[in-house]
Write a protein that binds this ligand. Structure first.
Ligand code: G1P
Length: 275
């Protein structure tokens, strides 16, 4: 079996939930303590053994590319001033992984954003990590998901129990328990109304996919919001190949909501001795 080396990070969204700041700043660059949110996601990927990261960007996302590039001018200033620790922090993002960028020319949905990665990913299993979901767990969840993929050869989704009211913000999964913390997926629905939700198990933004997802995406018609939904492609995939879910309870912050974004800041700050 091929090892999972590549991660795809969709980052082309308009960030409307964080306006007005996202009018001029990519939401992926919003700081959590002193690092942009997307750096935590790349660090998590690297901790789980990923060596190649593809960021799907769009217009106005240039700051993300600058962040994962060198800045020799700034480095020289810090070097001359003897600010060694800061110098290391400034160089760190570029040294994390092999980071690539590709543009999604039109915001046609999350599924479409993932399909843009196909030429880069090729015929290999890979992970998709949504920048809105910040995990403060030393990559424990992603590592567990990769272990289930290695064991089964199937795709693996991250799952969290939410309330009936909250489920309409997520993909909702049905399936059966294989063993504690692992499910076999049987169906998935994007953003169901609470009364129509088939379950309260929400798909959270960490996925391990076989390359079979690209074929499913090619057949996916526009769904909720007129967008090509990744969830609908997963629905096609699970008719053809085994798809699993790994449940978790701790360490997740939905950085797409203001309350969770606020909660993540003190959690990350308190984990740092000097703060
Ligand atoms: C996306 C997916 C949804 C998933 C969620 C996880 O929704 O479409 O299935 O449950 O991420 O955060 P979004 O948050 O982009 O609306």
């Amino acid at each position: 079996m091929q090892p999972v080396r590549k991660a795809v990070l969709p980052a082309a969204g308009l960030g409307t939930r964080f306006l007005p700041v996202t009018k001029s700043i990519p939401k992926e660059m919003l700081p959590l303590v002193d690092k942009p949110a997307i750096q935590y996601v790349v660090e998590e990927a690297v901790q789980a053994g990923i060596t190649d990261v593809l960021v799907i960007t769009g217009r106005g996302k240039g700051a993300i590319e600058d962040h994962f590039d060198r800045n020799p001018e700034l480095e020289r200033v810090l070097e001359r001033a003897g600010k060694t620790a800061l110098l290391q922090e400034v160089k760190a993002p570029d040294g994390l992984a092999d980071v690539h960028f590709i543009r999604q020319h039109e915001a046609l949905g999350l599924g479409h954003a993932v399909s843009v990665a196909e030429p880069h990913v090729g015929d290999e299993p890979f992970v998709v990590m949504l920048g809105d979901d910040i995990m403060i767990d030393d990559a424990a969840l992603l590592t567990r998901m990769l272990a289930v993929h290695e064991e089964t050869g199937g795709s693996v989704l991250a799952l969290m129990e939410v309330t009936r009211e909250e489920i309409s913000a997520y993909g909702a999964l049905t399936g059966e328990v294989v063993r504690e913390g692992v499910m076999r997926a049987r169906g998935v629905v994007e953003k169901p109304a609470p009364e129509a939700a088939p379950s309260n198990l929400a798909v959270i933004g960490r996925y391990v996919f076989t390359p079979g997802i690209f074929g499913a995406l090619r057949e996916t018609q526009p769904g909720v919001g007129g967008e090509i939904q990744l969830t609908d492609a997963i629905g096609i995939l699970l008719e053809r190949e085994p798809v699993f879910g790994v449940t978790f309870t701790e360490g997740g912050y939905d950085g797409g909501t203001k309350v969770d974004y606020l909660r993540a800041n003190p959690a990350l700050g308190l984990a740092r001795d000097e703060l």
